[in-house]
Every structure is written in C-alpha cells, then in structure tokens.
Design a protein around this ligand. Structure first.
Ligand code: A4P
Ligand code: MG
Length: 197
C-alpha cells in the first residue's frame, strides 16, 4: 500500500531553480518514492523574520511505500547532497535546499524528529499556494480545508509564479516510464473526484 505524500521544497542560496529541479529528480530516484506531480515554481518573500533573499518554492506530490521516518532520512540525505550544512544555519535563515514533509497520507505524528502534518503549513502562504495546485480540494487530516487556511492568510503579497519546470528548456522533469509529450511528465491522475486520499 502506498501513501500519498506532499513535500515542500525551498531554496534561496545559489542557483535555486537548478537545485529544485535536480532535487525533484533525486526524490523520484528514491526507492519507494514516485513523484506524481510538481507545482509551479514560486518566488516568495522570506518568511520568519530573517532578512535574506527571496526563496523559490514548489511542492511535490508523490506516492510512497516508505514509513515517514525513513522518508525523512531520504529527504535529509538529499538536502545534504545539495550542500546543506545544518551546523552553520540560522533558524528560518538561508538554505541551499529545504525539504519539508508536509503530509504523509493522513498520518498524525509528534516525535522529537518528525511532526506530521508539518506544524507550520497553516502559517505559510509559500507552502499553501503550491500545495493547493497539486492537491486541489485538499485538507489536513483534522479536516481543515487548505483553501480556508489560505484565505485566513489574506491578503497575500509577493508570491509570484516564476516558471513551470516542464517549460524550462533543458530542465524537463521526465519520468522514465512517463507519458511521451503532453504538458507535464508528472501528470495528474485522471478523474480525482473522490479526493486524493
Ligand atoms: N522535522 C520535524 N517535522 C518535520 C517535517 N514534517 N518535515 C524536524 C521535515 N522536517 C521535520 O528542520 C529541523 C528538523 O525538523 C529536522 O531535522 C527534522 O528532524 P529544518 O528544516 O532545519 O527546520 P524546521 O525547524 O523544520 O523549520 P521549517 O519550518 O522547516 O523551516 P526552515 O526549514 O528552518 O525554514 N521563506 C520562504 N518564503 N520560503 C522558504 O522555503 N524557508 C525557511 C527555512 C525560512 N523562510 C522561508 C523558507
Ligand atoms: Mg524544514
């Protein structure tokens, strides 16, 4: 049985677009994780009070057979592979790559190393805007609708769609077994009337 998982990616150090593109590929290469869809890439004002460059953010929707801590271990390996050095970081400061586990199925967890859903989804338009793109009609496990959470943050300023990865020449995000042609290689499943869970 696989679980639907939503991962939030952010970068504001180095070539953020290059990093995010490569990170999506790296996620898809993880055994037990298959990327289904990727949101647009958004430029977002820094959240959290640290003065720093704007971020690029996107959200990945994937299926996973990994249990959440194993998934976190994989995402942290990818963060490290992109040069992230946690020992030199300021909280909510600049990042070459941050990967947050936003949702893993309907799991609710609160352990020293992993909290699910991610505890700051509701405060972050930079998460909710791309998340809604790949999970329209989505809700948190406690039933709160993502649209309601985003509406509560209004007015939202400074979040701009920069590009879709599939539209960047030479940076196509292509699944080896994906469809040929079409808009996105990570296609949305047809007819999701019942909601994604
Ligand atoms: N951890 C617990 N739960 C989770 C989870 N659901 N997903 C633990 C991922 N990690 C989780 O992570 C610290 C520890 O949290 C991990 O070792 C893991 O065991 P972290 O990424 O260093 O920091 P954090 O405390 O999780 O903070 P958070 O909320 O992820 O924020 P960051 O990463 O510090 O924020 N502004 C914009 N516009 N866009 C951004 O992407 N990013 C940051 C960096 C600040 N401002 C931003 C952005
Ligand atoms: Mg994080």
């Amino acid at each position: 049985m696989s679980a639907l998982t939503l991962l939030g990616l952010g970068s504001n150090v180095g070539d953020a677009l290059e990093t995010l593109t490569a990170a999506v590929h790296a996620l898809d290469d993880v055994d037990g994780l298959a990327v289904e869809d990727v949101s647009g890439v958004y430029e977002t004002p820094p959240w959290g009070g640290v003065e720093q460059e704007p971020f690029l953010n996107l959200v990945v929707r994937a299926r996973t057979t990994l249990e959440p801590h194993a998934l976190l271990a994989e995402t942290q390996l990818i963060e490290a592979a992109f040069g992230r050095d946690r020992s030199r970081e300021v909280r909510w400061g600049p990042r070459t790559l941050d990967i947050d586990l936003l949702l893993v199925g309907e799991q609710v967890l609160d352990t020293p190393t992993l909290t699910l859903p991610h505890p700051r989804i509701a405060e972050r338009a930079f998460v909710l805007v791309p998340l809604l793109e790949v999970l329209p009609g989505g809700a948190l496990p406690d039933g709160q609708r993502l649209t309601a959470l985003l509406a509560a943050l209004a007015p939202i300023e400074g979040i701009e769609l920069v590009v879709r990865l599939e539209d960047v020449p030479g940076r196509h995000v292509i699944r080896p077994d994906g469809p040929v042609g079409g808009r996105a290689s990570f296609s949305r499943p047809a007819g999701e009337e019942r909601g994604p869970w």
